[in-house]
Design a protein around this ligand. Structure first.
Ligand code: PGA
Length: 245
């Protein structure tokens, strides 16, 4: 994408899953001169209450894994502030910013074990814009591993792009690794589209690629491939399964 369109607008996630992707982007920058100087970066989410300097803030994560390792320009980096005084205003400003830069060309997302995208937790509208999200208890438990296993340290709220925001991106890539994601992957693709499974909203988009390792594809491979009649499914060398919706 960056080679074809150096000014691309990239929506980027955090978490364990995308770390190898950031390592590969850094490698491409160092070894093959991939240029990030014109790209625009928008973060999927940020914890409310954590300053930029907190080692678990998503600002800190992005600096650590990508921005300080490549030639990204600070003026092209947009991450909502988790310590903004007026969170509602910060959310509205973020949506404005996405519009001003011409919309997102490529949005990369992970998926929670409960099917969340960003911090759009089960129950949230499939069209919601950037909003103040309340973290599901399951998400806080899942993320406790980043806070020395202490769930009480995991923030209760975050600013998150909404499913509506994500669905406006021109292209979406969802990545999932590990057996613990296999149930959510199965449900998002096979069961009805529902607010109980936020990731199922991606089926309303016409350009989504899902990259799974073998473990995350487990349930899908056995049960589901024949049911996704309108979609192309193919195996490639890097991942167990790529589903193009
Ligand atoms: P993970 O998080 O990559 O750390 O599993 C994904 C998510 O919660 O969206």
């Amino acid at each position: 994408m960056l080679r074809k369109k150096p000014h691309a607008v990239l929506g980027l996630p955090t978490g364990s899953t995308p770390i190898p992707m950031y390592k590969e982007l850094v490698r491409l920058h160092i070894k093959e001169g991939l240029d990030f100087s014109h790209a625009i970066f928008l973060n999927l989410d940020e914890y409310i209450g954590l300053p930029k300097t907190h080692s678990q803030s998503y600002y800190y994560y992005m600096q650590q894994y990508l921005f300080t390792q490549v030639n990204a320009k600070a003026k092209n980096i947009y991450i909502p502030s988790g310590i903004a005084k007026d969170i509602e205003k910060e959310c509205a400003k973020y949506e404005d910013k996405i519009r001003q830069v011409g919309g997102i060309d490529l949005q990369v997302v992970g998926i929670g074990t409960n099917g969340h995208i960003g911090f759009c937790e089960p129950g949230v509208s499939l069209s919601i814009a950037t909003h103040k999200a309340t973290l599901a208890q399951r998400t806080r438990k899942d993320n406790a591993r980043f806070f020395k296993g202490d769930v009480s340290q995991v923030p209760t709220h975050a600013i998150s792009m909404g499913l509506g925001t994500v669905r406006k991106a021109k292209k979406i890539i969802l990545m999932a690794n590990g057996q613990k994601k296999s149930q959510a992957i199965y449900k998002m693709l096979i069961e009805p589209i529902t607010t109980h499974m936020p990731a199922s909203a991606l089926r309303l988009h016409n350009n989504v690629t899902i990259l799974l390792d073998k473990a995350a594809a487990q349930k899908l491979k056995k049960a589901v491939a024949p049911n996704i009649k309108t979609n192309r499914i193919h195996i490639n060398a890097l991942t167990a399964l790529t589903v193009t919706l």
